[in-house]
Design a protein around this ligand. Structure first.
Ligand code: NAD
Ligand code: GLY
Length: 368
């Protein structure tokens, strides 16, 4: 299988994203790594991924002329914190890395965000390679440079925007991903389809059986489309200051509020985003922005990909709205990404709280 390559064009911070099968297997599907500053680095991964892929990745790096030592952290969002970050700094230091060293992040979004933050800040920034191993990380978190850790009073409150030198999305990694994690990834994939419109929606509709069977070509095409969409928003608004990159948060303002309301226990991120997408779609229809046929097509796509679509019946809607107001990405007013049509998102900065309350209540029942 051939690999895909696309460039994230950010002047001196430009980099390639490679997508394909066998990209991290010696000799299987060789790609040209960028010229790193030095030959020595660390591979940061977790206790779940290490037994599966660490040896393979270290051999692959060695074959490319790079020496690496492993740093293995515990698995879980609860470890995306300053304590683990301190441990990363210590182990990076003990492995003898200088400013010309590199960090290779081998894992999902948790490993990617932690390792990315460590790379961005250790000696004011060392080279970073992202090797995402979840669908969510391949289509989203490994791209665009955002990184960080959680604080006890909120998720992702500390971090930087620091671009990797390369992103390598090896589709082989997806074979061992637990099913629930795949569906979390699909929540983000459907988000991209709603942002991009007809072509990618049609692709997801037609290729659903192959994607579910994890056919490598279909997974790679899906990941390529998502990566292109994300890269396009990133290059237009790298630091998320212009309201352009903000549209990537379609479904997320409500999604984050739902995750927080259930203390990050009941709903996984991608599941909460899927429910957030339904609410954003319904609000868009209610405000006469989105047509009924566009709305129905979007709902069918969410259903096809097996995503949860209902606001939990016991959710306190006023509390949800309060949490949305406090979302770090929401701004001072109640704001959300809405759709003027499929493929036509915009940032609505003045959401009517009454209308939102009604919408959230309606989304406790099937809305079709
Ligand atoms: P995750 O990193 O927790 O991975 C999910 C689970 O799958 C973990 O248990 C992990 O060990 C396991 N896993 C990963 N790859 C595997 C594989 N190939 N085989 C078997 N098991 C595997 O979760 P995630 O959904 O990838 O990422 C969520 C995180 O990403 C959150 O912390 C979120 O804040 C962050 N995020 C960051 C950005 C960004 O732009 N930086 C964007 C979206 C999400
Ligand atoms: N995940 C949203 C962003 O990267 O901007």
């Amino acid at each position: 299988m051939t690999s895909h390559r696309l460039t994230v064009s950010l002047e001196s911070r430009s980099y390639s994203i490679y997508i394909g099968s066998g990209l991290t297997k010696v000799g299987a599907n060789p790609i040209a790594l960028p010229q790193l500053r030095g030959k020595k680095g660390v591979v940061i991964t977790n206790t779940t991924i290490a037994p599966l892929y660490l040896e393979r990745v270290q051999e692959w790096l060695a074959a490319a002329g790079y020496e690496s030592s492993p740093i293995i952290i515990p698995d879980g969002e609860e470890y995306k914190n300053h304590e683990i970050l301190q441990r990363l700094y210590r182990e990076i230091f003990e492995s003898g890395l200088q400013r010309n060293g590199f960090v290779c992040a081998l894992g999902g979004g948790v490993v990617g965000d932690l390792a990315g933050y460590a790379a961005a800040t250790y000696m004011r920034g060392i080279d970073l390679i992202q090797l995402p191993t979840t669908i969510l990380a391949q289509v989203d978190s490994a791209i665009g440079g955002k990184n960080g850790v959680n604080l006890e009073f909120g998720k992702n409150l500390v971090g930087t925007t620091y671009q990797p030198r390369v992103v390598i999305s090896d589709i082989d990694f997806i074979a061992t991903l637990p099913e629930r994690e795949s569906f979390c990834g699909f929540g983000e994939v459907v988000k991209y389809a709603l942002l991009a419109g007809d072509d990618f929606i049609s692709f997801l509709e037609m290729n659903h059986p192959e994607i579910m069977k994890q056919d490598p070509r279909s997974l790679a095409s899906m990941t390529l489309s998502c990566s292109r969409i994300k890269a396009d928003y990133v290059v237009r608004d790298e630091y998320d200051l212009l309201g352009v990159r903000a549209v990537l948060n379609l479904g997320h303002t409500i999604g984050h509020a739902l995750e927080k309301m259930y203390a990050y226990q009941q709903l996984a991120h991608g599941e909460a985003v899927a429910i957030g997408l339904v609410c954003a779609l319904l609000l868009s229809v209610t405000m006469n922005l989105l047509t009924e046929s566009g709305f129905q097509r979007a709902l069918q796509l969410l259903k096809l990909y097996g995503l949860p679509m209902l606001v939990p019946a016991d959710a306190n809607v006023d509390e949800l709205i309060d949490l949305m107001r406090r979302d770090k990405k929401a701004g001072r007013n109640l704001s959300m990404i809405l759709l003027r049509g499929l493929g036509d998102p915009y940032l609505e900065e003045n959401i009517d709280a009454g209308l939102l309350r009604e919408t959230l209540e309606k989304c406790k029942q099937p809305v079709h």
